[in-house]
Design a protein around this ligand. Structure first.
Ligand code: AGP
Length: 601
């Protein structure tokens, strides 16, 4: 998604703004720009493509102490310099993340007011609206307060005005925006990594709040222009946590952090006793049905959650992608819990589902990574995963931590519902404690997975198959491969192949088969032999060993209780995807067209 950074203070603003934009690159973008006050005039410089193209146009020593910067992920209009932010109309210059849904009607009205538009963006229309309103009331705060009542859709704005060279304004609705402060001055940013090098002190701007920021003062107003008291929060991660620490890519660093992330997440809710799970999860007992709703990888954790909760807690679970669920008849009731899973806590479709459920008085639980994110703040209940700052667009450690939460929830509910007895509970608890070490050992075996990647990375299509929870994992493994290596990959229920897909299997077509569910093992093996018989290059991932070799490559994984097994299975497949992408020279941390947090529909 777009990245916003702004600074006003005692230091020169250009270096800080550019650093902030570079720290936001992981969000994905196709152009960048900066506007800053120079000799009391606003200068704007923009460039297509990467930030390095913008930096080539800048004088970093320019005497400027207030500015805004932006990385654009195109929604309205092509990825070119004209559409790049910041946009200026009349007295105002702004940067924006989000989508103004009523921009067409606003544009028509403003054209009648003699405004001429240069770009195709909704942002320029919002800027013209600010200028139009300001011409009438000559007061910036009143202008922004009036604009809030007119604009529809999602937005986070950084705003500067020619008539006020010492002040930075900010405004948000749905799209995230923070205000940060250090000893030199104050910042606005889309996300914490942009400012973490300077400070870990930040304020969360809420929907429809207006921030008026000078070098030494931050005032926040509600949309009636009453001052709102805000608490300064401290981001717990260090700047190092938001850097690569010697790894070639953030994704590889984050895969390697998964043992610690798992332990941090589990330890926060589980001290080895069922009582600790009771204390943290007893609110779950009120519900007779669960709808898990999310997007992308978070949706895939829901598929695993469904398999576990239905099998071990005997509760019906419906799993849907948020972009569908938000527009459908959901048939939920006061005995339904809607669980929103989201790493960023800002995904527009998932947030929209949360608001729909709340509007229908349905209880909501958020399983989220980013503390204080919109989904976390608005849900009735929140369970934070402890994955830390995840920079790579392709999620790994957050996905694994979400699986860990589903394993704890399942264990608690399964025991409460009498499906898991004390003996099995003891086995689960033992494996929970063994897992950090087993995760580590699985990661340490990376050369095995890399060697296999070296055999398949040139293929144009790669299939994943599995049954039950193995199919749920194969969905995530396939997405990992697709999103960072751009290879066409599909995950299929192993039993479905003969109903059509098997026609796609040619000689040496790589098929990665996941077979860990002992109850379904024989069936999965038959499906593997079906594709093998048609020439496939079969890579088997299993916690079981076999006498006859009906496969070409074998990835063995530790055998743990099925409630925890998915946490181990995904690791080799993350590393396989990583190496395939690396061999293909792909931009692993910032895959083309993708964003870390999709804050627009
Ligand atoms: C995962 O690798 C992708 N980056 C993407 O599918 C992501 O999981 C999805 O956009 C949901 O994001 P969220 O967890 O922040 O809501």
């Amino acid at each position: 998604m777009c990245g916003i950074i702004g600074y006003v203070g005692k230091d020169k603003c250009i270096p800080k703004i550019i650093h902030g934009l570079e720290a936001l690159e992981y969000r994905g973008y196709d152009s960048a720009g900066i506007s800053y006050f120079f000799k009391n005039k606003i200068k704007t410089i923009k460039a297509e493509g990467k930030i390095v193209n913008l930096k080539a146009l800048l004088n970093f020593n320019e005497e400027s102490y207030l500015g805004i910067g932006h990385t654009r992920w195109a929604t309205h209009g092509k990825a070119n310099k004209t559409n790049a932010h910041p946009h200026s109309v009349g007295k105002f210059t702004i940067v924006h993340n989000g989508i103004i849904e009523n921009y067409s009607e606003l544009k028509e009205k403003l054209i009648k007011e003699k405004y001429v538009f240069k770009s195709e963006t909704d942002t320029e229309v919002a800027c013209a609206l600010f200028d139009f309103l300001y011409k009438k009331n000559k007061n910036i705060l009143e202008t922004l307060s009036e604009a809030i009542k007119i604009l529809k859709g999602s937005y986070a704005f950084g705003i500067i005005c020619n008539d006020d060279a010492n002040t930075l304004y900010a405004l948000r609705n749905t799209s995230p925006l923070i205000i940060a402060t250090d000893e030199t001055g104050n910042f606005i940013a889309s996300d914490v990594p942009a400012i973490l090098k300077f400070t870990n002190k930040y304020i969360l701007l809420e929907d429809n709040e207006i921030a008026q920021i000078t070098a030494d003062k931050i005032v926040v107003y509600n949309n009636n222009l009453e001052i709102v008291k805000k608490n300064i929060k401290t981001f717990s991660e260090s700047y190092e946590a938001a850097t690569k620490n010697g790894y070639e890519h953030f994704m590889l660093k984050e895969i390697n952090e998964q043992d610690k992330v798992y332990k941090n997440t589990i330890d926060y809710y589980f001290d080895g006793t069922i009582e600790s799970l009771e204390k943290n999860f007893n609110f779950l007992n009120k519900f007779e049905r669960i709808d898990i709703v999310a997007c992308g990888s978070a949706y895939h954790t829901g598929l695993v959650g469904k398999c576990l909760i239905e099998k071990y807690a005997n509760i019906p679970v419906n799993v849907e992608v948020a972009s569908e669920y938000r527009y459908k008849n959901c048939f939920y009731n006061n005995k339904t819990l809607v669980i929103l899973v989201s790493q960023s806590g800002e995904t527009a479709d998932t947030l929209a589902v949360l608001r729909k459920a709340k509007n229908d008085q349905i209880k909501t639980l958020a399983i989220v990574n980013v503390v204080g994110s919109s989904i976390a703040r608005e849900a009735d209940y929140v369970i934070y995963i402890k994955a830390g700052c995840e920079i790579a667009v392709a999620t790994t450690k957050a996905y694994l931590a979400q699986l860990a939460i589903f394993s704890l929830i399942t264990t608690y509910l399964g025991y409460k519902n009498g499906v898991i007895d004390s003996k099995e509970l003891t086995t689960i608890f033992k494996d929970i404690n063994l897992l950090p070490n087993l995760i580590n050992k699985t990661i340490a075996n990376y050369e095995t997975y890399f060697k296999i990647a070296d055999k398949i990375y040139k293929h144009k299509q790669i299939f994943f198959i599995g049954r039950g929870i193995d199919y749920a994992i194969s969905m995530e493994a396939s997405l990992k491969l697709k999103e960072i290596s751009y290879i066409n990959s599909v995950a299929y229920q192993a039993g479905e192949l003969k109903h059509g897909t098997i026609s796609l299997i040619d000689k040496n077509t790589p098929v990665i088969a996941i077979a860990t569910d002992k109850y379904l093992l024989e069936k999965t093996i038959s499906n593997i032999k079906e594709v093998k018989a048609r020439g496939a290059f079969v890579i088997l991932v299993s916690n079981t060993t076999f006498k006859d070799h009906f496969y070409d490559e074998f990835i063995t994984i530790a055998d743990v209780h099925p409630i925890l097994q998915s946490i181990i299975i995904i690791i080799p497949l993350q590393l396989l995807a990583y190496k395939v992408a690396k061999n293909n020279g792909c931009n692993i941390d910032k895959p083309k067209n993708l964003a870390k947090s999709v804050t627009v529909e």
